[in-house]
Structure formats: C-alpha cells, structure tokens
Design a protein. Structure first.
Length: 339
C-alpha cells in the first residue's frame, strides 16, 4: 500500500490544487470498498476546510457483479446530495456496465448543475495517487496553454507511429476543445489525475495501432497492450475492422461496439499532456494523460464539446510514441512535444 505521506499529498492535491475547496462548501465523495482508503483520505482532507462533507460507499446500495449482469444503478440518495453540493469526487473501481447505469447518470447531474466542480477518478489506485496526482500542475497548465493555441482552431490532424498508426482526423470548427489542466472550474468536471486536451472528431479515417491500454472495464481486464497491440481500422468515422493476436481482446471490442448505433463511431480525440508521467502503469485514468494520443469510440462528450450525437459507450484507446501533425505543424515527434 502507498505510504501515508504520499496518500495524503495526493488527497491534498485533489482538494486544494484541483478542486480548491473553500470553507462552508458542500462536498460529496463517492467511493467503494476497494478504493475506500483513497476516498477516505480525500474526505479527511476536505474536512480540514469544511464540515459539510458526506462520503458514500457504493456497496451500501447493492451488489456489483463483475460480469455486468446487474450493474449498480446510481442511487437517488447520492443524487439528492450531489444536487446540493459545490464540489464532488468519484473515486472507485469501474465495473462492467456501470458506465451506463451509474457514472453517466451521476455526470448528468454534474453537467446540469452549473456551479459544481467535480473530480472524476474511476479506477484510481495507490500508484496514481503517488505519481499522477503528485505531478506539478502548474507545469501542466503552462504546457496545455501552449497546445491549446495550436489546436483550438485546427481543421485536421494526422497521427502516426512506428508501429503502423496512420490516422487522419477532421475537426468541426463549432465543436470545442476542452482544456483539462487540473484547474477544475465551476460547472465542469475532469478526470484526476489530469493532463489532457480533447475534442470530438468530426470524421476520421485510417489505422490505429493501440499499444497502450483500453478503456472502461477492459483497462483492468487486459492491462498494457505492448505485447498484444490491437489494430483498429477506421473508415468515415467508424470502426470497420479489429485485429489482435489475442482473439479474446478482439471479440470483447466487437461485442462492446454492439451497444448502440454510435458505439463504433470515433468520438473523443485527445492529446495527453501530463509531463510528470514517465511510463504506462496499466491504468487508463492515468495512462490516457501520458504524452501522446488517445481516441475513444462512442460518446464524444457532446455536453462539453458541442458535438451533435451521443452514445452509451465510451472505449478509450491509448497510443504511445505518437507523431502529431496539426494542419501541417508537427507538435509532437515520437512522443516528445515540440511546442
């Protein structure tokens, strides 16, 4: 287990540097059995500032089967308190099916409440608290500002890697780029650890070789894909082929894309910007912040980006050692930023 000092510093970063809790504010913390020590550390840090803190443990509201046969639904009791809060944190393991049944309903409340600041930490663990949450967020903020100047009016991106990724992405000028630099503003939420910039792709074509990690519950199920990269072929914004030497991974992705009509559509396009990260750790929450690119099929966060479609699916795919060309300007070469 993480040292007491590192755990407390990670919790300090969450409450003081990212969410900036103030005296008298109401705070909602959602955690679970496996992650309780982290949720409780965040609770204790918040209590140093305000007495209006409530912690909810997911298992108190029902079973959470690993196979997703009956995913836990977001409870009204938590929702009622969340609607009253100024700050909220979700720090728990993500189980199969809970993205749709629990996390999206929770985030819908967050999105509807225009004053709340929400830290989203699905699958947070000790390693992330000691590394990504210990990063210098002032440097991340500075780096993000430079990249935002390049991408916010971009028309096209091309992403390539030595492993064979060659993806062209078109952007809609009316859809926003979202700056996730750890400085969470009222009416917004962001994943923690933080450090990325993202939008929703208007169109995409090409091949992606996923050598990092997959998202949702597949992150924990399959881990880092260095030895088993997944090749995704994309045409007109949709996945048309999946290949991997591990057939169980290939089949899992194909099954995932059956959820709804947009579950195979490229949604999120993101650039990881956390310069404090030196290696992948097998946890999407942090690995998607690793300098490079990740895309996601499914939900493209229309509530943030302004995109005009949605999905109940959201499967991230992390690509490492990327070269990124934005409208003819190379901003990253083999995983190293040039801005």
């Amino acid at each position: 287990m993480i040292s007491k000092e590192k755990l407390e510093y990670g919790a300090y970063q969450v409450i003081n540097n990212c969410l900036r809790v103030r005296p008298g504010e109401r705070v909602c913390i959602v955690t679970d059995n496996e992650t309780f020590h982290i949720g409780d550390a965040i609770r204790k840090e918040a209590l140093k500032i305000t007495n209006n803190v409530k912690l909810f443990k997911m298992e108190d509201y029902g079973e959470r089967p690993e196979d997703g046969s009956n995913p836990l639904k977001f409870p009204k009791e938590i929702g009622d308190w969340l609607k009253e809060c100024d700050v909220s944190v979700y720090a728990a393991k993500g189980k199969k099916g809970e993205l749709k049944s629990f996390r999206i309903p929770m985030l819908n409340i967050v999105d509807e409440k225009k004053t709340i600041r929400h830290g989203h930490m699905p699958n947070i663990d000790d390693v992330l608290m000691a590394t990504g949450m210990a990063a210098d967020y002032a440097k991340i903020k500075e780096n993000n500002a430079k990249i935002m100047k390049v991408v916010e009016k971009a028309k096209k991106a091309r992403v390539t890697t030595a492993l064979g990724t060659d993806l062209s992405v078109d952007f809609n000028p009316n859809w926003k780029w979202i700056n996730c630099d750890g400085n969470i503003q009222p009416g917004n939420w962001s994943n923690l650890p933080d450090g990325e910039i993202f939008t929703c792709a208007a169109n995409a074509n090409g091949v992606v070789v996923v050598d990092g990690v997959l998202g949702d519950y597949m992150n924990e199920k399959f881990g880092v894909l260095t030895a088993n990269p997944v090749t995704i072929t994309i045409k007109d914004g949709r996945v048309v082929d999946v290949s991997c030497k591990r057939d169980d991974i290939r089949k899992e992705i194909l099954e995932y894309m059956k959820q709804d009509e947009n579950a195979n559509r490229v949604g999120e396009f993101a650039i990881g910007t956390n310069l404090g990260l030196k290696e992948l750790v097998g946890n999407l929450l942090q690995d998607e912040k690793f300098p490079g690119v990740h895309i996601a099929i499914g939900h493209g966060y229309p509530e943030k980006t302004g995109s005009d479609w949605k999905s109940d699916a959201h499967l991230d795919m992390v690509i490492t050692k990327t070269t990124i060309d934005i409208d003819g300007r190379v901003i990253m070469k083999d995983g190293d930023f040039l801005v």
